[in-house]
Design a protein around this ligand. Structure first.
Ligand SMILES: Cc1cc2nc3c(=O)[nH]c(=O)nc-3n(C[C@H](O)[C@H](O)[C@H](O)COP(=O)(O)OP(=O)(O)OC[C@H]3O[C@@H](n4cnc5c(N)ncnc54)[C@H](O)[C@@H]3O)c2cc1C
Length: 416
């Protein structure tokens, strides 16, 4: 079924009885050419591009819960490509370009909204750093604009300019950045993959990796063993657990990151704003809720819920930036498990086990990467070669000391 305005009118006039499920609910086959472990955004996008771009068939995505139950349905929905380093910027700009055509390609409303992002500047050193970052973005074909204090004030008059502990001195703007409906992205990729014959198997946890003679031959699951020519692991916060099944220890720690949403308010924030003197980011959803977040909780955990200390820290960031936020009532908060790599950048690579591939280490930033990550991982699985924009995301860079450390923070997951 193709979605269109005409289809909507027809269904409205006939009692909405013609809508079909977005994907099938198949039983697992005994064997596939390619098995993707993890039905989050990255796993689904990988399956979609394997089938649609790279001509692969006999593909399954195995998801231990339901589609959209992981970080893909828990994030604060920010998409952007405002990175500095040559290992990162072309990849995230590639992702931005895929976002720009995604809804047409998938024939699905993922509510991609290029409402822009403003990274606030509070010190002279930060202005220098953001100017450098903006120039790097432009060199990689992305858009960037530097605002002075008056420019920010004209655009965001409701921020605290007059008695702030860390006065706002300007902002780096990327107008093509914005937000997208996170679970809509999962559903769109799932539907697109299913239509191309990919089996999406929910409630199917991978409990073991079958390895014979140094090569992967399949997976053990809660729904029985499944043979596979190649296995791609894209399980985000569970990466260390799943790769331990192959005897591998990853340069990744799992941490909780929380998100918050207020009651619906009248339209107020028409862009994404990040506070530069602390860790706080905010946008407003189409339903009116203020959606915001801050730092990870800062201790290793596989729990999908956070603690009160970070709730307070995030609230402080919000109050410092726009004091009127204190009058909004918080509706919900939740947590997701982040796969924090040691340098803050991801891994898309083969592993020492033949036929076993890894997509992990997305930290805070994997939602915006979903299209490019899926495309690059599919490229690697199908051709055996890294995609040109993801060539730096090698697993052995940690052993070689060639880190991709955007913040220059060192091997400290809690600082990325
Ligand atoms: C609160 C929060 C806010 C965020 N905000 C942003 C943001 O604004 N912008 C941004 O770019 N990024 C953001 N992120 C990060 C982003 O959401 C993640 O990096 C990204 O979603 C991870 O990739 P994924 O979608 O594939 O992960 P997931 O959706 O977590 O997918 C992994 C899947 O693997 C499944 N799985 C795990 N183990 C197994 C197993 N053994 N067998 C089978 N399946 C298994 C899980 O159930 C899960 O569904 C945020 C994350 C959180 C938690």
């Amino acid at each position: 079924m193709r979605f269109s305005g005409l289809r909507l009118v027809k269904e409205a006039l006939t009692g909405h009885r013609g809508w079909e499920p977005l994907w099938r609910d198949p039983d697992p086959q005994p064997r596939y050419d390619i098995v993707i472990v993890g039905g989050g955004g990255h796993g689904l996008a990988t399956a979609y591009y394997l089938a649609s771009v790279f001509g692969q068939a006999r593909i399954a995505v195995l998801e231990k819960g339901w589609i959209g139950s992981g970080n893909i349905g828990r994030n604060t929905t920010i998409i952007r490509s405002n990175y500095l380093l040559p290992g990162n910027e072309p990849f995230y700009e590639f992702s931005m370009k895929l976002w720009e055509g995604l809804e047409q390609e998938l024939n699905f409303n993922a509510m991609v909204s290029q409402r822009g992002i403003v990274n606030l500047i509070h010190t002279d050193a930060q202005r220098d750093a953001y100017r450098r970052r903006g120039n790097a973005m432009r060199l990689a074909g992305a858009d960037a604009e530097l605002l002075d204090r008056d420019g920010v004030r004209a655009r965001l008059p409701y921020l605290n300019f007059d008695d702030a502990r860390f006065p706002i001195k300007g902002g780096l703007v990327q107008s093509r950045a914005g937000t997208a409906r996170h679970d809509g992205v999962a559903w769109g990729y799932a539907r697109g993959a299913d239509r191309r014959g990919v089996d999406l198997i929910q409630n199917c946890e991978v409990t073991g990796l079958r390895i014979e003679g140094g090569a992967v031959t399949g997976v053990e699951t809660t729904r029985g063993p499944i043979g596979a020519g190649k296995v791609g692991v894209a399980v985000a916060g569970s990466s260390s657990r799943v790769m331990a099944m192959a005897g591998m220890r990853l340069p990744i720690e799992s941490h909780v990151l929380q998100a918050f949403v207020t009651e619906g308010l009248k339209p107020l924030i028409d862009t994404v704003i990040t506070f530069g003197a602390g860790h706080f980011y905010i946008s407003q959803s189409d339903k009116g809720g203020l959606v915001f977040g801050g730092d990870i909780d800062g201790y290793n955990s596989y729990a999908q819920r956070g603690n009160l200390a970070v709730v307070e820290d995030v609230a402080e960031g919000g109050m410092a930036l726009m004091p009127m936020i204190g009058r909004a009532r918080l509706l919900r908060s939740w947590g997701g498990i982040m796969d924090m790599s040691m340098d803050g950048s991801p891994i898309i690579d083969r592993t020492p086990v033949e036929g076993l591939y890894l997509n992990a280490g997305w930290c805070y930033g994997g939602f915006k990467a979903t299209p490019a990550s899926g495309y690059a991982f599919a490229h690697l699985l199908a051709t055996g070669r890294p995609h040109e924009t993801a060539a730096a995301y090698r697993l052995d860079r940690f052993a070689r000391g060639q880190l991709i450390d955007e913040k220059g923070a060192g091997a400290q997951p809690n600082l990325h």
